[in-house]
Write a protein that binds this ligand. Sequence first.
Ligand code: UDP
Ligand code: MG
Length: 335
Amino acid sequence: MADKIEREDNRRDWQMDKISVVVPCWNEEEALPIYYREMNQVMERMSQGTEKETLDFELIFVDDGSSDGTYRIMKELNLRDARCRYLSFSRNFGKEAAIYAGLKAATGDYVAVMDVDLQDPPALLPDMYDILKNEAYDSVATKRSTRTGEPRIRSFLSESFYKLVNKISKTEIVSGARDYRLMNRKMVDAVLDMSEYNRFSKGIFGWVGFRTKWLEFENVERSAGETKWSLKKLFCYSMEGITGFSVAPLSLASIVGVLFCGLSFFMILVIIVRTLVWGDPVSGWPSLACIIFMVSGVQLLCTGIVGQYLSKTYLETKHRPIFILKDSSEEGEKR
Ligand code: UDP
Ligand code: MG
């Protein structure tokens, strides 16, 4: 019996693990070759384990509708190195769609999501793999311990967003968390089961659960190119996070409504008493105008909140595809 168990263990040890790395790219012709060079070294280092620890890799580059040479470079990498695959979108669908497409295409036992600009250090990958292999975790995620190099206003807004969303949502969304993480197959399948149109990965990773270990690293500046996130894009992204993982703003509308009803009832009483005691001089229209402005403002705000949720529901019910492929390495091979 013991002999049989040992043989089984050996077979399991000899099995070759495959790590897929999903890399969303949008106009990254400068950063892509630098990334490949760096990642290649990491893959070499990881593959040179003992005989028993053979490792296979696949890099899935997702071209999110780039208008520069990104797609061409991906094709070249695919011709040069069979481990490099690519998916190319028909237009820019956003990083979230790129992550989803990459996870869907990944065939590895372990799947990582990594930015192409080296702000997610590939050098962390060996440690992440070791943790998943040897400890009882399903995922290793990363977060930045510092925000050096980032504009102050951006850091302030980000931190305020995380504070707010964690207060109103049951799903924990970790401040400073990157999308950079390595997951096992079980967790990847769970993430793929969440095929919602309005995607917010930081929330989805938290929502599916599983045991996650957090690694911290110091913020790294972009290797090349520029950030793709404007303040406006970040604002829309944060709205995605709030509406996707909390319905508290909807209750807020009702709470404000009840408070205002109470307040107006109290004011009616005050006015009746005042009129009975001091008579009814016609005055006070400026305060009345202010009240009308404020109440209609609150009403519009509440309608707006309901509208936000309605618009998300509207898009969700249309069941539009999350991304549309124009080309992929698999189609390229068929041709
Ligand atoms: N990205 C993408 N589609 C987009 C925006 C960004 O695929 O619409 C990719 C981008 O190429 C990069 C990653 O997402 O690999 C992170 O983008 P960026 O570095 O601009 O964000 P930051 O690190 O500044 O938050
Ligand atoms: Mg970046």
